[in-house]
Design a protein around this ligand. Structure first.
Ligand SMILES: [Cu+2]
Length: 202
């Protein structure tokens, strides 16, 4: 059968079918494990799709400084997100990053800096403080609205996903290969559970 033998109504049905596949939403539960099979928390998991999503991008996030620690230690944000760095300590902090994904510094300050920092490129940003050398945190910037961070059970749930073939990526700050991003093709059909392993330092 060549295309000329397809009736108009058949073409119309095929178009409807293709459209309904795109709007159909699915959920994906991902469990992240280390090489020993133990749940890995604080892993960033995200799904990159060619399909335009109606999911709303996050616009703002916070990385606090409290008790001379960053909180959270790991953040995942979508490209274009503004991040505030409120200092909740009585001592001053001087937050900086030398990472190519975002190089910046917030010179010695108390309270909340006047302007948030906009993370406009995908990648990993390592945060430090000029005053307190042991302060360390990470911001992983992703170019997709479908992302999450694993909990203490290594679980991440990605919701409102378009069905079809996509790329599932995962990153953890303690992988043995620095800046390693695990990547696999995945077919999202309906609600599904997958597990993936990352090799980390102990
Ligand atoms: Cu500090």
């Amino acid at each position: 059968m060549n295309s000329k033998t397809l009736s108009n109504s058949t073409i119309f049905s095929l178009l409807l079918l293709a459209t309904s596949f795109q709007i159909q939403a699915a959920e994906l539960a991902v469990q992240v494990l280390d090489q020993a099979g133990n749940p890995l928390s604080n892993a960033v998991v995200y799904l990159e799709t060619a399909v335009k999503s109606s999911a709303k991008p996050t616009n703002e996030a916070n990385v606090d400084q409290k008790n001379k620690q960053f909180s959270p230690i790991v953040s995942v944000v979508q490209v274009g997100t503004s991040v505030n760095f409120p200092n909740k300590d009585s001592v001053r902090h001087h937050v900086y990053s030398f990472s190519p994904a975002k190089t910046f510094e917030l010179k010695l300050y108390s309270g909340v800096p006047a302007k948030p920092v906009v993370f406009d490129k995908p990648g990993t940003v390592i945060l430090g403080c000029n005053i307190h050398d042991n302060m360390l945190a990470y911001i992983h910037i992703v170019d997709t609205p479908h992302f999450g961070k694993s909990d203490v059970n290594g679980m991440v749930k990605l919701i409102d996903l378009p069905t079809g073939q996509h790329t599932l990526k995962a990153w953890h700050y303690a992988t043995t290969k620095e800046n390693f991003v695990s990547e696999q093709k995945i077919t999202v059909k309906s609600n599904d559970t997958v597990s993936l392993k990352l090799e980390t330092h102990n």
